[in-house]
Design a protein around this ligand. Structure first.
Ligand code: FAD
Ligand code: NAP
Length: 341
């Protein structure tokens, strides 16, 4: 099936902030076979390509003089291996949360802590999505991607992807070069719940659950997330706007002396992680708004669009928060979503 290209299309319904910017060219991809059409069109029109999935980790600050391609490549496949290990492959355009729930329905476990993260399977490796102590790198075996530069399909093993905290080779080293067409996960028929993180075990205790079923754990995570995070359909946002800063243990110890209440977690050797939300909250930003750009009232890490804010307004607000945090704590917050153009 050949691909249809459209001109001057509004991206309002394709990004979770709801910014009404337009794409000069636009197409919806249904199959990996159509990727050569994308490459030829970009070449013929001398234009860059931006692949998007659910648009839930983007800040679109102005109209895009680009070809925007929405990934809707679907399909799931499941293969039982030895000792209860199961390989599951999903098309990059599958929606993440329904995919997670589908694995649970198949009696296959390992993704429950990543329940209710918006977006697509193909975008999940881009920033090595993570929540409640699990990251996609812990469950991924390999992925298939189309290389826009060479026009070939390439396979990456998990270790090729250079996964870090909310980062990968696709995000930092080769942004825009690869379109992830499918991802393969190693999951398990045996349920091994991870409960130590972010108050999950306390939440279970409070409900009188000592040994949760997989769906119970997924449901609980959905419930907790729904109480803390704004739903993009109701209030535009891109989840956490800043990464949690990872600093040296020495710097963290000094900060804890100056600010004894500061929230600090152990990280990789020699490093500590600060809770960015705590830093922002302490400076009184929670719930503040400048025009329609605001800081979510229940979670200081999330910036929101109250209606008519633009991407530029959100980036300006983010800059003020970064400057304030830097002035007080000497720590520069890094923006998590990708900003365009
Ligand atoms: P998009 O926003 O469409 O794209 C994000 C980036 O990936 C862009 O640079 C885009 O070019 C690129 N991209 C997208 N698809 C592909 C592809 N197939 N191939 C190559 N490049 C691609 N993130 C977490 O890690 N943990 C969370 O708990 C979490 N919670 C969130 C909660 C809310 C309410 C929201 C709004 C966001 C949250 N996020 C979270 C961020 C976001 O959901 C994830 O980063 C998600 O993986 C983005 O998927 P997407 O399909 O929407 O990507
Ligand atoms: P939370 O549970 O209130 O925790 C606050 C912060 O503390 C989180 O950022 C988390 O870091 C950190 N944390 C909690 N327990 C920890 C532990 N045992 N060890 C190390 N660090 C710990 O956070 P929340 O805002 O409600 O989010 C819950 C989970 O969903 C978190 O994992 C968060 O990353 C994820 N989330 C991500 C986004 C996004 O857009 N990226 C949006 C919403 C939620 P980490 O962030 O490093 O996990």
């Amino acid at each position: 099936m050949s691909l249809e290209f459209h001109e001057n299309v509004s991206l309002k319904q394709y990004n979770s902030f709801g910014f009404d910017v337009s794409a000069r060219f636009f197409a919806v991809l249904e199959s990996a076979d159509q990727l050569n059409d994308v490459r030829a069109f970009a070449h013929d029109n001398d234009i860059e390509v931006l692949f998007i999935g659910g648009g839930s980790n983007l800040v679109l600050a102005a109209d895009l003089d680009q070809l925007v391609v929405v990934n809707r490549i679907k399909g799931v496949q499941i293969v039982d291996g030895q000792n209860g290990e199961v390989l599951v492959t999903a098309g990059g355009g599958e929606e993440w949360h329904p995919f997670v729930r589908w694995t649970l329905e198949q009696g296959v476990y390992g993704l429950e802590n990543l329940s209710l993260i918006p977006g697509t399977v193909g975008a999940a490796p881009i920033q090595n999505i993570g929540a409640y102590g699990v990251e996609i790198k812990d469950r991924m075996v390999s992925l298939e991607a189309f290389d826009l530069e060479t026009g070939t399909q390439v396979c990456f093993d998990c270790c090729d992807c250079q996964f870090e905290y909310r980062d990968s080779l696709f995000k930092s080293r080769f942004p825009g070069r690869y379109l992830i067409t499918s991802v393969t996960f190693a999951l398990s028929r045996e349920f091994r719940p991870i409960l130590h993180y972010g108050g999950i075990s306390q939440q279970l205790e409070a409900r009188g659950i000592t040994s949760p079923e997989p769906v119970q754990l997924s449901d609980l995570i959905c419930e907790v997330r729904n109480t803390k995070l704004p739903q993009p359909g109701l209030l535009g946002n891109a989840g956490s706007f800043f990464k949690n800063p990872v600093i040296s243990v020495q710097q963290a110890e000094q900060l804890q002396k100056d600010f004894p209440q500061m929230v600090v977690f152990d990280d990789k050797p020699g490093c500590s992680k600060l809770a960015a939300g705590w830093l922002i909250d302490q400076l009184g930003w929670k719930g503040r708004r400048e025009g329609d750009a605001g800081v979510y009232e229940k979670q200081a890490l999330v910036l929101v669009n109250h209606g008519e804010a633009t991407g530029a307004d959100i980036i300006e607000l983010a800059g003020e928060i970064q400057a304030d945090v830097y002035k007080q704590y000497g720590v520069m917050l890094e923006i998590e979503p990708r900003c365009y153009p």
